[in-house]
Ligand binder design. Structure first.
Ligand code: DGL
Length: 258
């Protein structure tokens, strides 16, 4: 069994890709919906929440943990690795490698939560790969609430306005590749693409699934069960997650107190 966590819904972008690579292995997901968003919080709080999320998942017989959250991966990965006796996979390295491979003009954009941008983690990872890459980072704090509250249709006017405002700099800087540095963002990727036509988008959830495969290898088939846990009311998560996962997950989500 593999454990995956995020502050809310966003980590499902990783679950969807992990499911494709591990169709017969059980997955357990924890979305900390009672404390979302993480990205506006201090480093200390993010580390505390991440360690608690990890400990909860560790109560299952998991063999690896994916921090399917840009904020946790860029802020608390070292702390998680330090206490963990099983592999911990984040979203930063794989996404940086994918972006560096994709970009032709070496101008790469990074969007994420305030905490992710403040950490500079994606920027460092990109520069380590190629010091000549020009990195433009912009925090997009409204995107997470827009996704959590379901403003996700490709025609949503409010989301389009937020995208235009936040992504203007990316067009000005002529980035040809944009890292969606928060796992919530692929859910609004069609709106982002309308604002930045022709720019290649890097989905950190998908890249984390590939990284997981590199770290722990192929699946251990155990029936392929899917369990979801959240720390607040289950109904909103069930609705949004069912749409996102493309199957009705009602009834399989449980609420827990950490
Ligand atoms: N999906 C998360 C991330 O990747 C969390 C966003 C948040 O909680 O602010 O950053």
């Amino acid at each position: 069994m593999i454990g995956i966590f995020d502050s809310g819904l966003g980590g499902l972008t990783a679950v969807r890709e992990i499911r494709k690579l591990y169709p017969n292995e059980s997955l357990v997901y924890f979305g900390d919906t009672g404390r979302v968003p993480y990205g506006t919080r201090s480093r200390e709080t993010i580390v505390k929440y991440a360690l608690e999320d990890y400990k909860f998942l560790r109560s299952f017989g998991i063999r690896a943990v994916v921090a399917a959250c840009g904020t946790v991966s860029s802020t608390a990965l070292d702390e998680l690795k330090a206490i963990s006796d099983i592999p911990v996979v984040g979203v930063v390295e794989g996404a940086a490698e994918a972006a560096a491979e994709t970009s032709k003009n070496r101008k790469i954009g990074v969007i994420g939560t305030a905490a992710t941008v403040r950490s500079g983690a994606f920027e460092r990872a990109l520069r380590e790969i190629d010091g000549s890459i020009e990195v433009t980072s912009v925090a997009c704090p409204l995107f997470v609430p827009l996704v959590e509250y379901g403003f996700t249709s490709p025609d949503d006017e409010i989301t389009a306005m937020a995208c235009e405002r936040y992504l203007k700099t990316m067009a000005e800087k002529e980035v040809d590749t944009l890292i969606l540095g928060c796992t919530h963002y692929p859910i609004i990727s069609s709106v982002i693409s309308k604002v930045l036509p022709g720019v290649k988008l890097v989905d950190i959830g998908a890249e984390s699934a590939k990284r997981l495969m590199k770290v722990i290898g192929g699946e251990v088939a155990d029936g392929g069960e899917m369990r979801y846990y959240v720390s607040d009311d289950t109904s909103m998560f069930e609705q949004s997650a069912s749409v996102f996962m493309g199957s009705n997950i009602s009834g399989s989500v449980q609420r827990v107190e950490l």
